[in-house]
Design a protein around this ligand. Sequence first.
Ligand SMILES: CC(C)(COP(=O)(O)OP(=O)(O)OC[C@H]1O[C@@H](n2cnc3c(N)ncnc32)[C@H](O)[C@@H]1OP(=O)(O)O)[C@@H](O)C(=O)NCCC(=O)NCCS
Length: 188
Amino acid sequence: MDIYLETERLALRRFTADDADLLIELDSDPAVMRFLSGGVPTAPQVIRERHLPAILAGYEKWGGDLGLFAAHAKDDGAFIGWFILRPGREGPRDEVELGYRLRQLAWGRGYATEGSRALLHKAFTALGVRRVWAETMYVNRGSRNVMEKLAMTLVEGIPTPSDMERVEGAEQGGVRYEITKEQWEQRQ
Ligand SMILES: CC(C)(COP(=O)(O)OP(=O)(O)OC[C@H]1O[C@@H](n2cnc3c(N)ncnc32)[C@H](O)[C@@H]1OP(=O)(O)O)[C@@H](O)C(=O)NCCC(=O)NCCS
């Protein structure tokens, strides 16, 4: 396994070209996709032809340091979902987005917080990152809880992207949280 990061209970690794089925299964659960697509699964063809190639291209672009990473439980090796630590499309390399998408069977065990906490540590101590941001829907309480446990600050409300207007709670918009390296150091 091409390990990127380890925590007490999780191992994060780079995806490979053989991982399409893991991503397809994750995005096929309407509960996982509730606040992302309104519960609609991502088409397998889109994952095979667009998402996975883009993930692999990202490792090339950022030397394997940033991107989307598969997370496995260390005790039984099960795939539990993914984490993202990645610059914006046109943004600077030292300002990165944090995100997470976990299989339903892995919810409620503190995994999102554990993986994210380790990613913040890596970002600020080893990757030269100055600011980490995260966005979610206003109504995605589970996701916001993670951001708040990480001591990220709610900085602004953001408009709902046009392709998410039919998602439940879309009329309340989204939220953006941030933490700078200085804030992270102070809040340790
Ligand atoms: C949102 C999501 C990532 C949350 O994942 P999670 O791992 O359940 O989140 P947390 O890390 O907050 O853990 C949840 C709860 O597990 C409980 N828990 C159980 N064992 C634990 C442990 N050993 N350590 C810490 N918490 C533990 C805690 O009660 C914790 O909640 P609390 O601290 O607020 O009381 C997950 O539900 C998900 O992937 N949803 C679908 C996709 C999605 O919406 N992604 C975000 C889009 S922006």
